[in-house]
Design a protein around this ligand. Structure first.
Ligand SMILES: [Zn+2]
Length: 193
């Protein structure tokens, strides 16, 4: 009987411990926009679907925090539909989802540049949008009725990393250095909170 009690209490302690550990673990979804035949913005050799996937994979690779799990909505050049993406997100119930995109403006040679952030209309999403925006120069923070923000039930933001029609930003985001630095900025915000 004593032994049984011991076993029961060890099992109970184990369950309690794993519960509290799993509670502490943060889950963040990184959603690389577009995929497969949906290229997103493309200018010269710059293809949005590839650039955002590279940044998403770098965020996952660079993460060394064992209490942070990064989950990608796509790991390769596949195209999960927007509904597939939000279904997956709503099952995972992450602490935050960050959708990654690259902007373009109508005028091909426009000097429009810089990151832009959109957030789901809730306080946590707004909070993360502000924190992320602080890592980029003059980055406006806005709301917009976008599927990823409207249908995700948990905090979500959508980050436009820059403008593909701006040569400097296209070159930067298309480079290994630009992708690594961008991934580091995003990861630092996730890790601070
Ligand atoms: Zn896009």
């Amino acid at each position: 009987m004593k032994n049984l009690l011991k076993i029961v209490s060890i099992v109970a302690l184990g369950a309690l411990l794993s519960f509290s550990l799993s509670k502490e673990k943060k889950v963040v979804v990184i959603d690389a926009g577009h995929g497969r035949s949906d290229l997103g913005v493309n200018r010269e050799t710059f293809i949005e679907k590839d650039v955002v996937l590279k940044v998403a994979k770098k965020i996952k690779e660079l993460n060394k925090n064992s209490n942070l799990e990064i989950i990608l909505t796509r790991e390769d050049d596949s195209y999960p539909s927007l509904i597939d993406r939000t279904n997956k997100i709503n099952q995972l119930k992450p602490d935050l989802t960050i959708s990654l995109h690259v902007n373009s403006s109508y005028k091909a040679d426009s000097d429009k540049k810089g990151a832009e952030l959109y957030y789901k209309r809730d306080d946590t999403s707004k909070y993360f949008a502000d924190k992320l925006a602080s890592k980029f120069n003059n980055c406006p923070v806005m709301t917009k009725s976008l599927h990823m923000l409207r249908v995700s039930e948990n905090p979500s933001v959508l980050l436009e990393l820059g403008f593909a029609n701006n040569k400097d930003e296209r070159d930067y985001l298309g480079s290994e250095k630009g992708q690594t630095e961008t991934a580091e900025k995003i990861l630092s915000v996730i890790n601070e909170h």
